[in-house]
Each structure stands twice: as C-alpha cells, then as structure tokens.
Design a protein around this ligand. Structure first.
Ligand SMILES: [Zn+2]
Length: 372
C-alpha cells in the first residue's frame, strides 16, 4: 500500500455512506478490500478484524468507520469526497476515516514483515461508535473469547497525533421528585408539595457535591443538568418532576462513589448510564512509551470526549487514543482532513508498532532477568 493507494482508499471509504446503524455497505467494502490486499478479515456483525503475526504479545489498532448524520450547513455533497489544496472534504473524512485508513495501511505495511516479528497485530474496525460504542462493546469481548485479548490497544480518533493518556467518563443520572397532581388553585389548601419546587431544591444541593480534585490533564469533573421535565398544563401542579444530570467524570473517583455522594444529599437518584468509565494510563506503560518513540514531539494529553477506549479499558487493556486529524473538525459542516495528516498518521502507526515490539521485547528480557 503506497501513499497513493492509501489516499485513494481513504476517498473510497468516505464516499460510502456509513451513518451509525447503516454501516453494512462500508463494512462489506472493508472486508473485501482487506482480503484483496492479502489479509484474512473476520466479520462480527458490522465490525471487521484481521490478525497479522505468528507469535508474541498482541497489539490492537482500533478505529470506527461510522459517522454522525451530516450537520446542517454543508456547502458540498457530504458523500462525494473532494480534494482541494491538500484537503479532503467529506463526512467522516476526519472522524474517524482518516484513522481507519491510516491504521489499515500501517497494518498492511507492518504485515509484510510479520512472519519474523516478535509481536502480533490485530486491526479492529468497528461500527456504531458515534451512538455509544455498541460496535466495540461487542467486538472487544468477542476478541477475548477467541483468544485474541490485546496486550495493548491504540484507539484511532483525531487528536492531531497527540497522545491521549486520560479520558473523561460519562455518568448520566436522573433526579426524580414525585408528588400528587392537583389543580394549581387548590394545592396550598390540600397541602400538596409541588415536585418542581422540591426538585429545584435537590438541584441546588446536588450542585454542592464534591466531585473530586481537578485532574492534571482532564481538569475538573463537571455536572450539568441537561433535560428538565415536569408539568404539561398551566393550571395543574404536576405529579412528578425529573431532571437529567450529565456528569463528566475523572479517573480518581469511581462512578459508584459519585452516585453514593449524590444520594447522600437525600435526592432520589436513578442511574441512567454508568458504563462509560473515566480512564487514565501510567506514562511508564509500554504503549505510551511506544507512542512517544514513534513521535517524540507528541504531548501527552487528556481528552474530554468519550470514545471506544472505554471498552478496551473495561477489559483491562492498556490503551491510548491517538490519530490523524483534528477533533475540532469532527461533526462539523464541510469536515475535512489533510492528505498529509493521513500519510503522517500511517507512518506514525507503523513506527508505533515497531517501537512497541522493541519495548515489549526489552520488558520480557527484563522480566526474565528479574526471575533469574
Ligand atoms: Zn470519532
């Protein structure tokens, strides 16, 4: 796969629409394309993966090929990639088809010397990232079941090739107050408590809960009320009031701990979702070292956005998130990526695999010496 093949492949995958839950056509294409280039793709739903290498620890390259729906304001057809001045425009060109293309090229290039390598590589391309990670949530346990639990993973998302070593979690809870519906004119006389007023008091109390100290890379954990619901008629006291809270959490405080702290205020809390856990990896982990060797000028950053990284972390796989393109361009009208970013990305991933092999070999020798 030379640079021209890589850029053509990227344009081809941008041209195939793959909004979340409508990824079959693109997954079919990826499966076919990998097979045509000598890999042995395996399908799991609308996820596809391929393994290279014979022995040694397993490194996973993961990215997602679904996209959000086109935002309002596109000035060009989102599914007709156009190249202008080195920019490739198209829906998903940056998030995350640049990573998909770069990782695929790096995988195939690395594969040429896989027979003599001391590591194995699995390329895992998944669907449904943008709607909550159902693709990776299915594929990661599937890899584990098939004896392919990665020893480390790289999640490809547009980070400008900076290396994300910490990621915020997302905890969603609902606060609820129940009351008794009645006519607004009689509520006082009937002694009915208005659940809207009680909920307002809950929100003020919840706002004072300590969410933990700021994280050096992620900043403060946050809690924002986002969806408030109560009442439908101007002259009725409603029977209930609810509010959704969106919490962006830090790795030093577990979701269980946070929920306990919220409940301590006396508010009725229902957990809507706590599966997207916060994450941080030690800077001394070999996968972080490999990323730094592959790109010494890279900074280690924290990421506020949630990604498929959580499903690797949940399986106990040391993981970093790094990829070509810019997060600010994701989900925007006229999304684009630079051709140079895609090419740099592919070379970076290939260097990263080779650096990880060196570090893992050193670690094995170190362990052998230690036990000896
Ligand atoms: Zn993405």
């Amino acid at each position: 796969v030379n640079d021209q093949d890589l850029l053509k492949f990227h344009r081809e995958i941008v041209a195939i629409p793959s909004e979340s839950h409508r990824e079959k056509a693109l997954c079919d294409f990826l499966e076919r394309w990998l097979a045509e280039h000598g890999a042995v793709p395996v399908r799991a739903g609308n996820n596809v993966y391929a393994v290279a290498g014979e022995r040694g620890p397993l490194l996973c390259f993961n990215s997602h090929f679904d996209t959000v729906d086109a935002a309002a304001g596109w000035t060009r057809p989102p599914h007709e990639p156009a190249v202008e001045g080195g920019r490739v425009f198209g829906l998903g060109s940056n998030d995350a088809k640049a990573s998909v293309a770069a990782m695929t090229a790096a995988f195939l290039r690395w594969r040429e010397s896989a027979a003599t390598a001391g590591i194995r590589l699995v390329l895992a391309l998944v669907c449904e990232e943008e709607t909550g990670g159902e693709g990776a949530e299915l594929l990661v346990p599937e890899l584990v079941r098939r004896g392919l639990k990665p020893d480390a993973a790289v999640v490809g998302e547009p980070t400008g090739l900076e290396v994300a070593v910490a990621q915020k979690g997302l905890l969603i809870v609902e606060v609820e107050r129940k009351g008794r519906a009645c006519h607004a004119a009689h509520a006082k006389a009937l002694g009915v408590r208005n659940p809207i007023v009680d909920l307002a008091a809950d929100l003020l109390a919840l706002g004072k809960v300590d969410l933990g100290p700021p994280h050096p890379l992620l900043g403060e954990a946050t809690m924002e009320p986002t969806v408030l619901a109560a009442g439908s008629a101007r002259n009725s006291v409603p029977g209930e009031a609810t509010c959704i809270l969106d919490l962006r959490t830090n790795p030093d405080r577990s979701h269980e701990d946070l929920v306990a702290r919220l409940r301590k205020t006396g508010a009725q809390i229902r957990v809507v979702s706590d599966r997207l856990r916060p994450y941080a990896i030690e800077a001394i982990a070999p996968i972080v070292g490999a990323a730094r060797r592959a790109r010494p000028e890279a900074s280690l950053i924290g990421s506020r956005g949630v990604s498929d990284l959580v499903f690797f972390a949940a399986a106990g796989v040391p993981t970093v998130k790094v990829g070509p393109g810019r997060t600010e361009r994701s989900h925007t009208a006229d999304e684009f990526v630079l051709e140079s970013e895609i090419l740099d990305g592919a070379r970076f991933y290939e260097r990263l695999a080779r650096a990880w092999e060196v570090l893992m070999t050193e670690e094995r020798h170190g362990a052998a010496l230690g036990s000896w």
